[in-house]
Design a protein around this ligand. Structure first.
Ligand code: ADP
Length: 555
């Protein structure tokens, strides 16, 4: 793609754009940015066919291999969300926003990803962004307007448009605290829609993600009603229902200027006093999806419903579950440069031992390929079942088992894991940090990966683990239940070890079943390692399901 002239938006002529009640009345011609983003390469004009002479009988050529036909019809989709690897990622949402658009573009979808242009996006990406234009947008109920800049980066078949605003996105991290985050994402949701109108790019589907983009459907059907973008259908995906964007009604009313009627109990209002951005988004979406079938069912129950179970039951007719995949090029043990020894299905058993020894050496654990190494890679929060791990960890340490933890989060877990490392030196290593490289080394070097979550919408770590031939030990909830088939010793089938109720004794039992198989029947253990590696955890399948839903919305 062409190199951009590095442009500070402030230097640009700020186009005055009047937006009455959110309806963009853009003056079309004179104010087009002087240096608009590169248009898609235009096709060369077709040459008139030369009058042909009778062809001489040519020798038959071997047939060229045909590229597989793309699924029809082509659909255009705008992804709107708050994070996307490799620009900015704090969790699974960032992975999905990266991998799903790429998989969809291989299935004949034209995808644009709209993201905030946070200051923390690495310079190497920022400097490649191209200025697409800017305008002023009314936002608040007192008429306060804000600048919206659009910076574009095209990469691998996907167009990334970054919404630029110094006031909202100049912090180090994407999320700070609700006081700042609520106005930030009110602004972002509206700016994303206004940017689509501004760019004259009206997609078939607008696909928004989590509470940060949940006001998009609400804005779309109210303040943007009758504007070009209103012809799109809108899908909202719940990646984690725990986070909903709840704040008092006057604040959200101020920062959105949404009409009074959306602040009713069937849309934004919750418990009569607060406004819930996710709840409003669910009401106004044409389709709701979440990231596994089991989670789609669970969130309609009071235990998992996070106070929205009744609302979700009401909207159950448009609620679906599609399990996530992982990027199998990014997570490929046969090309992964971060590993001590790369491997594939043919040599996984031998090479994983080399990776285990390297991991033990790197982390100061006793070097012994015979030890059973359990990994845990996670945000350290209550969701992830860490109280269960805390309660049973001492029972695991038997001289044959090592535990490697990688994560950051709640102080009480960071401290307890540091404490275990100190108590069980040589057997436990707690890496209280966020480190992609170390995560790769653990996925490759561990024998098993622990995911005992209290709830888990989909979970990516168990998928990555399987891809690297590491056996998952998981609680049967959400996506963990949908992706890890429990081991069945009678028919030698399954991908991992599972337990159902959220009890420390059951977690310990599942780990002990894994250890028993590992130490007493290595042939069957190795079979499972190979089965896991061969399992299809790619995005392709999931992307096909999303595409089918897009077609259901826009046949
Ligand atoms: P969640 O989105 O709830 O945090 P997921 O399992 O969906 O959990 O995704 C977690 C992703 O973040 C995985 O790609 C995992 O490898 C990565 N990850 C989590 N913690 C760390 C860490 N401390 N260092 C490196 N990667 C991490």
């Amino acid at each position: 793609m062409p190199e951009s002239k590095k442009t500070t938006l402030k230097e640009k002529t700020i186009k005055k754009e009047t937006e009455t009640a959110g309806k963009t009345t853009r003056k079309k011609t004179a104010e087009k940015p002087a240096d608009p983003a590169p248009a898609r390469p235009k096709r060369a004009p077709r040459k008139k066919p030369e009058p042909k002479a009778e062809p001489a009988a040519a020798p038959a050529l071997p047939e060229e291999p045909q590229a597989p036909a793309l699924p029809q019809p082509r659909r255009s989709v705008a992804f709107i969300g708050s994070e996307c690897y490799p620009f900015v990622k704090t969790g699974g949402l960032g992975d999905v926003m990266y991998a799903l658009p790429r998989a969809l573009s291989r299935l004949n979808c034209d995808v644009k990803v709209i993201l905030p242009k946070y200051r923390c996006i690495p310079e190497k990406y920022q400097e490649k962004m191209v200025y697409r234009g800017s305008f002023m947008m009314d936002l608040c109920s007192d008429g306060r307007a804000f600048h919206v800049g659009i910076m574009e980066y095209v990469w691998d078949g996907v167009v990334y448009d970054f919404i630029d605003n110094e006031e909202f996105f100049s912090y180090g991290n994407p999320y700070t605290n609700l006081v700042d985050d609520i106005p930030k994402f009110c602004y972002f949701s509206k700016a994303a829609l206004a940017a689509l109108n501004f760019m004259d790019w009206v997609p078939d589907i607008i696909h928004c993600h989590d509470w940060q983009a949940a006001l998009v459907p609400v804005f779309l059907r109210t303040l943007f009603a009758g504007t070009p973008v209103d012809s799109a259908k809108v899908m909202l995906t719940i990646h984690n229902l725990r986070f909903q964007g709840i704040y008092n009604i006057p604040t959200i009313r101020y920062w959105t200027n949404l009409p009074d009627y959306v602040f009713n109990k069937d849309a934004l209002t919750q418990e009569w006093v607060d406004a819930n951005m996710l709840k409003g988004g669910l009401t106004y979406s044409n389709m709701i999806t979440t990231v596994s079938n089991t989670y789609a069912g669970e969130i309609q129950t009071p235990f998992y419903g996070e106070n929205l179970d009744a609302h979700l039951r009401y909207h159950a007719g448009k609620l679906r579950g599609i399990v996530n995949g992982i990027d199998v090029e990014l997570w490929d043990s046969s090309t992964d440069k971060l590993l001590a020894a790369q491997y594939d299905l043919s040599n996984v058993i031998e090479k994983k031992k080399e990776n285990k020894l390297a991991l033990q050496e790197q982390l100061g654990l006793e070097r012994d390929e015979g030890k059973f190494v359990i990994g845990l890679i996670s945000r350290l929060t209550d969701q992830k079942g860490l109280d269960l791990v805390n309660s049973i960890l001492p029972s695991l340490i038997d001289g044959n088992t090592q535990v490697v933890i990688l994560g950051t989060g709640d102080k009480r877990y960071e401290d307890s894991f540091r404490g275990f490392e100190w108590t069980y030196k040589g057997s436990v290593c707690s890496n209280i940090m966020y480190d992609e490289g170390r995560a790769h080394n653990i996925y490759a070097g561990a024998d098993a990966l622990l995911v005992p979550s209290l709830f888990e919408p989909c979970g990516l770590t168990q998928l990555i683990a399987m891809r690297y031939g590491t056996v998952p030990i998981v609680r049967e909830t959400g996506g963990l239940k949908d992706t890890v088939l429990p081991y069945n010793q009678y028919i030698n089938e399954g991908n991992g070890f599972t337990f159902d109720r959220y009890e420390d004794g059951l977690l310990l039992d599942a780990i002990n079943r894994a250890k028993t198989l590992y130490f007493t029947d290595r042939i069957r253990w190795d079979d499972m390692v190979r089965r896991d590696m061969a399992k299809d955890v790619s995005w392709e399948n999931s992307a096909k399901h999303y595409r089918a839903l897009y077609l259901e919305l826009k046949p």
